[in-house]
Design a protein around this ligand. Structure first.
Ligand code: NAP
Length: 287
C-alpha cells in the first residue's frame, strides 16, 4: 500500500466511480500515481498513460496487489499529437467511452530565463500546454459527436497565476491551461462538458524540494510564509480532483481551485500580517 495516501473512502462513498472510466495522463508517478489509486479505491475503471512502460507496468501490478483490481495502461507522449491521436483512438475502441479525463502529465525545470534555449522552452510548452490541448481535443471532439457530457480536470499550478522565478515555460504553459479551461468552460458548456483545474502550489516531495532549494533552513523559512504553515503533500491534491470529478461539482466549470495552503495569497498583504497594528486590543472581543 502506498505511503501517505489520501484515504478516499474516509470522505467519499465506496462506489462513487463505479461504472465510470477515467483516463489519467502521467498516472505512473507522483501526484498522478496517488490519483490513480484513489479512483480505483472508489470503483473507477482507470487508464493511465505516460512515456515509460516500466513505470506504468509497475503501477498496474501494485494496484492489482493492493486493490485486487485491474487497470489499463497506454504508452503515449502527449507532446506528440500523433501519439495522442493513436492513444485516444485505442482507448475509445477498447472501452467504448471515457467519462472523466484528467490531464495530469507535466514537465518543469529550473533555469534562468536568459539561459533558456528555445529548444528547452519549446519542449516544456509542447508537453504541458500543447499536450494538454491535444488530449483534450481528441477526447472532447468524441464527446461532442456522441453528445456525451464528459468531465475534464486539469492539474495546473498556481505558477499559472503568480509566475515563479526560473520556471518561465512551465508557468506560461500552466497559465495557458488555466485559460483554456475558462475558454472551454464557456465554449463546451452547451455540450454539457465541464472543465476545471486543480492548481497545486509547490508540493512537498523530497525529490522536488531537493532539486529546488539549497538547504533545509530555507525550506523552513519559506514554509513559514505559507498561511497554513506548510506546503501540501501530493496526497493533499487528490481530494480536490475527486471532488471535481464527483456529482457534487456538477455545476462547476471553468474554475480553478488552488490547493496550496494559501501560498498564492502572498502577493496581497499576507506577508505583512504580523506587522498590522489594530487600533485597540481586539483579543478580548474575539474571546
Ligand atoms: N510537484 C509539484 O510541486 C507541483 C506543483 C504544481 C503543479 N504540479 C503539477 O502536477 C502534475 C504532476 O506532477 P508531479 O509532481 O507528480 O511530477 P511527476 O511525478 O514528474 O509527474 C509527471 C508525469 O508526467 C508524465 N509526463 C511527462 N512528460 C510527458 C510526456 N511528454 N508525455 C506523457 N507523459 C509525460 C511523467 O511520466 P513519464 O516520464 O513516464 O512520461 C510523469 O508521470 C504536473 O502537471 C505538474 O506540473 C506539480
Amino acid at each position: 500500500m502506498l505511503e501517505k495516501r489520501f484515504s478516499a473512502r474516509d470522505v467519499y462513498k465506496e462506489d462513487l466511480f463505479k461504472g465510470k472510466t477515467i483516463l489519467l495522463t502521467g498516472g505512473g508517478s507522483g501526484i498522478g500515481r496517488l490519483i490513480a489509486d484513489s479512483f480505483v479505491e472508489l470503483g473507477g475503471d482507470v487508464i493511465i498513460t505516460s512515456r515509460d512502460e516500466e513505470k506504468l507496468s509497475k503501477t498496474k501490478s501494485e494496484i492489482q496487489k493492493d486493490w485486487k483490481k485491474d487497470i489499463t495502461y497506454y504508452i503515449c507522449d502527449i507532446s506528440d499529437d500523433k501519439s495522442v491521436k493513436g492513444m485516444v483512438a485505442s482507448v475509445f475502441k477498447e472501452k467504448g467511452n471515457i467519462d472523466i479525463l484528467i490531464n495530469n502529465a507535466g514537465a518543469n525545470s529550473l533555469r534562468p530565463t536568459e539561459a533558456l534555449t528555445p529548444v528547452r522552452w519549446k519542449a516544456i510548452i509542447d508537453t504541458v500546454l500543447n499536450g494538454t490541448y491535444y488530449v483534450t481535443r481528441e477526447v472532447g471532439k468524441r464527446w461532442i459527436k456522441a453528445k456525451y457530457p464528459g468531465n475534464i480536470i486539469n492539474v495546473a499550478s498556481t505558477t499559472g497565476w503568480t509566475g515563479s522565478p526560473f520556471m518561465a515555460p512551465s508557468g506560461a504553459a500552466k497559465a495557458g491551461i488555466i485559460n483554456l479551461g475558462k475558454t472551454l468552460g464557456s465554449e463546451w458548456g452547451r455540450h454539457g462538458i465541464r472543465i476545471n483545474d486543480v492548481s497545486p502550489g509547490p508540493v512537498f516531495t523530497k525529490g522536488s524540494f531537493e532539486r529546488l532549494w539549497l538547504n533545509e533552513d530555507i525550506i523552513d523559512t519559506i514554509q513559514k510564509k505559507v498561511p497554513l504553515g506548510k506546503f501540501p503533500g501530493p496526497e493533499d491534491i487528490v481530494g480536490s480532483v475527486l471532488f471535481l470529478a464527483s456529482p457534487a461539482a456538477l455545476m462547476i466549470t471553468g474554475a480553478s481551485l488552488a490547493v496550496d495552503g494559501g501560498e498564492s495569497l502572498k502577493q496581497s498583504f499576507g506577508d505583512l500580517v504580523d506587522q498590522f497594528r489594530p487600533r485597540k486590543n481586539v483579543d478580548e472581543e474575539i474571546l
